[in-house]
Design a protein. Structure first.
Length: 296
């Protein structure tokens, strides 16, 4: 049975805190993960077992051991596919960050499906007796930094850090036209498009608030290169927001003019990564694809 062990120095407390509270609020470990740790006494403080209601302080050291039985799905049902090599931007014991190429899906949607980035990562990690776990996704036509988990322990923590915008990403896009303002905020709500289930629409059905910041990096006669930051994570948010202000992304097959099946020029350029358990930060850059060069 596979095990995952973490030895974590306790820090950041303003007052003594119970172990249970520290695991839940500071380490962001879900409640259903904490229960088996408590039941089987797999939490040690300073190398000794004490009860979950005992108080800990800054400078104490906590040891956690997770086992496969703690998880309903210890291994995701991914088929290893080594037909395409991955470009690794960062890797440690828990996390793999790859530079996703445009044109490939992030993950399979059907049983037995291959030829997605997660399948390629599974093949890469299987060589180390490890597995790939989905954390977030990029649209099929979007390229750039993609986080992949290497064990089931870190998955809900990474998902939470992304949701809470502790982990955040900066995108670069080539769009049609020139901007009157070199930076700004787009805050149009996004809902479903009743006429096309593939698409999203400003103030469409069941709209949700959405916020995007943009900054123009350079311009040509017909195009602009913009840097984009998401404050919310709606489906197709960047694509819909840019199209809504008449600056659709070059090559966007749904919201722009995809002439001659041109690649969509949207790339996840920078990733501000925060590591589970240790909460140190790492900034990762994903170099722009060659297709951007002609617009620089």
């Amino acid at each position: 049975m596979q095990k995952w062990h973490y030895q974590v120095p306790i820090k950041g407390l303003s007052k003594p805190t119970s172990i249970k509270e520290y695991l839940k609020k500071h380490l962001l470990i879900p409640k259903h993960f904490i229960y088996p740790l408590r039941r089987e006494k797999r939490v040690l403080v300073n190398q000794k077992y004490i009860t979950m209601n005992s108080l800990v302080n800054n400078g104490d050291e906590i040891d956690l051991t997770f086992i496969e039985d703690d998880f309903t799905l210890p291994v995701q049902n991914l088929i290893a596919d080594d037909s395409h090599s991955i470009e690794v931007l960062y890797e440690d014991d828990d996390i793999l960050v790859v530079n996703k190429p445009a044109g490939y899906k992030t993950h399979p949607n059907q049983p037995g499906e291959v030829n997605t980035v997660l399948n390629f990562c599974e093949a890469y990690l299987n060589k180390k007796n490890q597995h790939a776990y989905m954390i977030h996704r990029l649209d099929q036509q979007t390229s750039g930094a993609l986080i992949v988990g290497k064990n089931p322990v870190v998955v809900p923590i990474l998902v939470r850090l992304i949701k809470d915008k502790v982990i955040n990403r900066i995108y670069t896009a080539v769009v049609d036209g020139q901007f009157k303002q070199l930076n700004g905020i787009i805050e149009n709500s996004i809902g479903l498009d009743p006429d096309d289930k593939r698409k999203r629409k400003i103030d469409g059905a069941n709209p949700l608030s959405a916020k995007t910041a943009y900054q123009v990096l350079s311009t040509t006669e017909q195009h602009s290169i913009v840097q984009l930051k998401l404050f919310t994570g709606r489906t197709h948010q960047l694509r819909v927001h840019l199209a809504s202000i008449n600056h659709p992304i070059v090559g966007d097959p749904l919201y722009g003019q995809n002439l001659n099946n041109q690649q969509m020029l949207l790339h996840s350029t920078q990733l501000h990564l925060v590591r589970p358990f240790y909460f140190d930060t790492i900034d990762i850059n994903a170099p722009l694809p060659n297709q951007f060069n002609q617009y620089m």
